[in-house]
Design a protein around this ligand. Structure first.
Ligand code: SF4
Ligand code: SF4
Length: 437
């Protein structure tokens, strides 16, 4: 495996969504009848007999809800109403969560208990109240005694093509962005803050409190590893993340949500989501977190035909979901509908060694070799010999593969399995250490 990533230039010239006037005005949709929020804790691990969070509990908009006062896992209700159901939920790759569904009442009451907490702009406050904001702020990177983060990059671009959530909030919520930047500086003690944007989107943002850095408009120029290399002159080595080099990435949506929360004293609960229709046209909607994606689809008068696909995220890296009841989550930036005729068919045809994936790969990985090991489930070999961990998840290899091999899905699964094996190994080592002590 190479010790450090190296980068090529994809010759495909796929550019990020131009920020047009039609995307500057959000589409208003009817309030959801119910929302579903994920508590990031397995249902089976909770003592429900003693839980403060229970079915029938009446809640207010913006209220923090946890199973006990000292539990780190919590949700923030995005509506006023009563808890209708609490159930186990299996997320991507078998991750166990708890799904809490809240039925909306006719009259809204706002919980403003964050107002008092907001006076103490500290990490402790952020961890207690701001972990579940739209945009998924990475506060965990600052927890612990060791101050390893030296710089923050706010990504004002979106992670996929056709997606416009971050670009929307940067263009439309400049004052919240400014308050959010001030807040993250104070909370983290990090003074070096960059705002990464396309060159044509920088106008009028000189005063927000961050240094503007330009991002390449050609996909995947806005992915963190490429911003690290192109704008900060730092190469993230294989298997490492920007935070290992002292750089934390926040989405612009998260920073705006932080700003909104401090400016109003009420926790931000509204997600900005790009809706991408079957013909590729887009609109921006603002919905309470937990809104079923079906509400957004219905609002746009889309008829779902048999074998049409609903995707959370954009065309290169989004993930298919199987139910219109699936909720908008804290990291949902787009809902895309693909008509069955447009869905690239995956196949079990063998690789024909055309080399298209190798030419497209901006990380210069020998993808044609990598995929052979991934298909065989030899993930450690794929990492050791064929740079699995140099991949930064752009999906270009799958996009160009004429044999329709689901390369990107193999890559995701391979990385997940390797991480799981490493965690299990570390856990076993710790158990042995504790037994020996
Ligand atoms: S997803 Fe594919 S093209 Fe993109 S960096 Fe990884 S291997 Fe290369
Ligand atoms: S693009 Fe597909 S068929 Fe061509 S070398 Fe890569 S994996 Fe093989």
């Amino acid at each position: 495996m190479r010790n450090k990533s190296s980068f090529g230039s994809a010759s495909l010239n796929l550019t990020y969504q131009p920020f047009t006037d039609t995307l500057k005005v959000p589409v208003a949709i009817a309030p959801p009848k119910q929302v579903t929020l994920f508590l990031y804790k397995p249902y089976a691990d909770i003592n429900w007999k003693q839980s403060l969070l229970k079915e029938g509990l009446e809640v207010k908009t913006g209220q923090r809800l946890a199973v006990s006062d000292d539990d780190d896992a919590y949700i923030v209700s995005s509506v006023t109403g009563a808890v209708k159901s609490i159930a186990a939920f299996t997320s991507d790759y078998g991750r166990e969560l708890t799904a809490v569904t809240i039925e909306q009442a006719a009259k809204e009451s706002i919980d403003d208990s964050f107002k008092a907490a907001a006076e103490n702009m500290a990490l402790e406050t952020a961890l207690k109240y701001l972990c579940n904001l739209p945009g998924n702020p990475p506060w965990h990177l600052f927890a612990g005694d060791e101050k390893k983060i030296k710089a923050i990059v706010i990504n004002g671009m979106d992670r996929d093509l056709l997606v416009n959530a971050n670009q929307f909030v940067v263009a439309n919520q400049v004052s919240d962005l400014t308050v959010g930047i001030k807040a993250i500086k104070q909370i983290t003690g990090v003074e070096t803050v960059y705002l990464a944007l396309g060159r044509d989107r920088m106008q009028g943002l000189g005063h927000v409190g961050a240094t503007l850095i330009p991002v390449d408009d050609v996909y995947p120029g806005a992915l963190p590893r490429l911003i690290m290399k192109d704008s900060l002159n730092q190469i993230v080595p294989a298997g490492r993340e920007p935070e290992d080099l002292g750089v934390a990435f926040f989405s612009a949506q998260a920073v705006v949500a932080i700003g909104e929360s401090f400016a109003t004293g009420i926790l931000s609960i509204t997600n900005t989501v790009t809706f991408i229709n079957k013909d590729g046209s887009g609109s921006v909607v603002r919905v309470p977190m937990g809104t079923p994606v079906g509400d957004i689809i219905r609002h746009h008068d889309v008829t779902l035909e048999d074998r049409d696909r609903i995707v959370l995220g954009g065309p290169m890296t989004g993930q298919a979901i199987y139910s219109v009841a699936h909720p908008v989550q804290r990291d949902t930036d787009a809902v895309m509908i693909q008509a069955r005729q447009q869905i690239p068919h995956v196949s079990d045809y063998p690789c024909i060694n055309c080399g298209e994936c190798v030419r497209a790969c901006p990380a210069l990985i020998q993808v044609n070799m990598l995929v052979r090991f991934l298909e065989a489930g030899q993930y450690q070999d794929a990492a050791d010999g064929y740079d699995l961990l140099s991949c930064f998840d752009c999906g270009l290899c799958s996009y160009v593969c004429p044999a329709r091999i689901p390369i990107f899905q193999h890559i995701r699964l391979g990385k997940y399995e390797l991480k799981r094996a490493q965690e299990a190994e570390a856990e076993t080592a710790q158990e042995v250490e504790e037994t020996d002590a």
